[in-house]
Design a protein around this ligand. Sequence first.
Ligand SMILES: NC(=O)c1ccc[n+]([C@@H]2O[C@H](COP(=O)([O-])OP(=O)(O)OC[C@H]3O[C@@H](n4cnc5c(N)ncnc54)[C@H](O)[C@@H]3O)[C@@H](O)[C@H]2O)c1
Length: 248
Amino acid sequence: MTHTVVLVTGATSGIGRATALAFGRDGARLVCSGRNAAAGAALVSQLRELGAEAEFVAADVVHEEQVRQLVEHTVTRFGRLDVAVNSAGTEGTPGSIVDQTVESYAATFDANVLGTFLSMKHELRVMLEQKEGVVINLSSTMGSRGNAQNPMYVASKHAIEGLTKAAALDAARSNVRVNAVAPGPIETGMLDRIAGGAEKVAAVAASIPAGRIGTPEEVADAIVFLASARSRYITGQILAVNGGKTAM
Ligand SMILES: NC(=O)c1ccc[n+]([C@@H]2O[C@H](COP(=O)([O-])OP(=O)(O)OC[C@H]3O[C@@H](n4cnc5c(N)ncnc54)[C@H](O)[C@@H]3O)[C@@H](O)[C@H]2O)c1
């Protein structure tokens, strides 16, 4: 992984942050992106302390021009783009489908589906030309399973799995791989917001075969694997990282 050029969206917190740090420890050169400049600056100084070359570029993934500039900046700064991790996303507005609105639909689909689409569009343009590269998207257990209380998130993650498979087929002959990880519940701000309280998080943990919630570092390790040559014949796949949840 040494000197690999890695772009991470949603890098200022949670899984994106843990992923940036995992690549940083492996000697990658990183562009970390997000909307929170202070958190981005803190991450970059932590990465530099690890000895990694790193920069923060602010971008909102729902705005194509910002995504285009983010990818362009990466290539201008480091000369290429080897790995892109699209971790920016929202949990949407939990609640029954009968309470969802045009606005809750649009907000969830914009951040999760439009954001992943625009990120892949610009990342893959570079990778297809280089004839080398790896994209890893963030799905969820809810990318292949239903959940009565989060229909927009469920639908958006199903869409991300579809985009992942379609893009993988498009890129397969160009030595470019596209996969997704599908985490179960992971200890991040998003889980706290979805579960809403320590008691509910404990109930979620008890429902997982491994008996605990996963860590962002455990998802980051799966992402680093999918970015590495050890997964060189894996493309168009969704790798579950969920303590056995979907084996039930
Ligand atoms: N935590 C979990 O239990 C869990 C489980 C399955 C999948 N995921 C997925 O993992 C990914 C990362 O989530 P997380 O758990 O680290 O939560 P998180 O909230 O810590 O991270 C998501 C990041 O994306 C950023 N973001 C949201 N909308 C954005 C936009 N329009 N432009 C740029 N950045 C934007 C947020 O500001 C945040 O920094 C998400 O796609 C999420 O759906 C999380």
